[in-house]
Design a protein around this ligand. Structure first.
Ligand SMILES: [Zn+2]
Length: 91
């Protein structure tokens, strides 16, 4: 019996590989940065756990900037943070 392969992506915060659907995509396109809840938006993307902690880690290490090869200013980061916190899965 064949098992379906689950697409895995690495979170830029904790650097753990997780099933793609458990992560949220941050995408940059045309100089703009946004959360891509559908996972289908155009542009270059990175993945992050739906966790404010991981966002903080990524922010501290500037791994979003580095992975996307863009400069994120404080305002853009705060905006992403606010959006992400709406998706955070509370346990
Ligand atoms: Zn993570």
């Amino acid at each position: 019996m064949k098992t379906k392969k689950i697409p895995m992506r690495r979170c830029v915060g904790c650097m753990e590989s997780k099933p793609k659907r458990e992560l949220i995509r941050i995408v940059t396109y045309d100089g703009e940065v946004k959360l891509d809840a559908t996972g289908k938006a155009n542009g270059r993307g990175v993945y992050l756990c739906k966790s404010v902690d991981c966002f903080e880690k990524a922010k501290k290490r500037k791994s979003i900037n580095r992975s996307l090869n863009i400069e994120l200013n404080e305002e853009q980061l705060n905006l992403l943070f606010k959006e992400l916190s709406q998706y955070e899965e509370k346990n």
